[in-house]
Each structure stands twice: as C-alpha cells, then as structure tokens.
Design a protein around this ligand. Structure first.
Ligand SMILES: [Zn+2]
Length: 193
C-alpha cells in the first residue's frame, strides 16, 4: 500500500476535522466515523426543515454502528419549548430500548450543533457515553441568534462523569445549513427578556 493511501485510512478528511475539540486525546477513527454520520445528518436536515422542524438533527448509535433513534428539533411544530433534537432523540432511544437508563448500552449521540444548557442536563441523566457535535454554540448564536444558555466548563464536567465529547466536526457544512435556515426566513424562537 502506498504511503498516501495508508495515511488517508489513518487520518480523517482534513476538511471535516480542521479544528476538532475534544475532552480526550483525539482519536482519528472516532472523528472519521462521526464526520460520516454528521455529514449525513446535515444533508438530511434540509428535508426535516422543509417539513417544519427546527434546524437541529440528532441521532443515537450503538457501538456496533446500529442506529437506535434519530429526531429533529420539534419546538415549533409540536409547541413545546424543550423539544430540542437531543431531548427528542434520548426519549426515542429510551422508548426503543424500553429503559430510562441508557448507560449499559454504550451509546453515542451525534448532533448537528453543540448541545445547549438544557440538553447537557438531558444527556447527563440519560446515560449516553459520548457526544459528537458539529457547529459550536458561539457560531450557532452568531448565525441564528438562538440563545444556547451558559455552560461553564462542560467538557471537563462530562469527562469527570465518563462522557466523551468531540466538537466542531464538519463545522463548515453545518454552518451552511444554519445560514440557509435563517436566509429562508424560518422561525428563530426564544423567550423575551
Ligand atoms: Zn438543546
């Protein structure tokens, strides 16, 4: 095998992993696998948005790569402020596996944007073991003006609790979808303050 093709197998596509952040030593195989899933979510998100969902899509997979659940944000379409993609997908996975504690299943949650302050709590109580996200909250707020809340030191806090976190995966592609959501004039909701 030529060195270059070997390198390609070992390293994730640079384009999708330019500024990855993580709460462990970066594992390129995990990044590569996550980039594939997240790019797929980003491409599907346009269809979810066209059907009335908010611009966030999440999926939960087991360690063998089986999809357990996939849901979008449904705050506006279902009239509920806590129907974020991550909360919806955790509920769907727990229903599918008939449990309120996912910790023995070694599940990973993939999501198109960094979880907000509410979703961090939902993830912690669910027993999810790893989180992979695309667009960081700062960019979500700059592009869409959604409020993501305050999240002091959550990478470290998750690490203490045995939850792996990787962020900024395929970020440019994720930002494109958020920008088109805003450009197309869809709803950005947040309580008045
Ligand atoms: Zn959220």
């Amino acid at each position: 095998m030529k060195f270059n093709s070997l390198l390609n197998l070992l390293l994730p596509n640079k384009k999708y992993s330019a500024n990855i952040v993580a709460n462990e030593k970066i594992n390129t195989q995990k990044v590569k696998k996550a980039a594939k899933i997240i790019l797929q979510l980003q491409s599907e998100m346009k269809d979810y948005i066209a059907q009335g969902s908010g611009p966030f899509l999440a999926a939960i997979y087991d360690e063998k790569g089986n999809l357990i659940a996939k849901t979008a944000n449904s705050v506006v379409s279902e009239g509920c402020s806590n129907n974020h993609a991550e909360v919806n997908v955790i509920k769907a996975a727990e229903k599918a596996l008939n449990t309120y504690d996912l910790s023995s299943y070694n599940l990973s949650l993939y999501v198109t944007s960094e979880p907000c302050m509410m979703c961090l709590g939902a993830i912690m109580w669910s027993g999810i073991k790893a989180v992979y996200y695309s667009v960081p909250s700062k960019r979500v707020e700059e592009i869409t003006h959604f409020d993501e809340g305050f999240k002091p030191n959550w990478f470290e806090e998750f690490k203490k609790r045995g939850i792996t976190v990787y962020g900024n995966i395929a970020q440019a592609e994720g930002e494109k979808v958020l920008k088109s959501y805003v450009a197309d004039g869809y709803t950005v909701y947040q309580p008045e303050r």
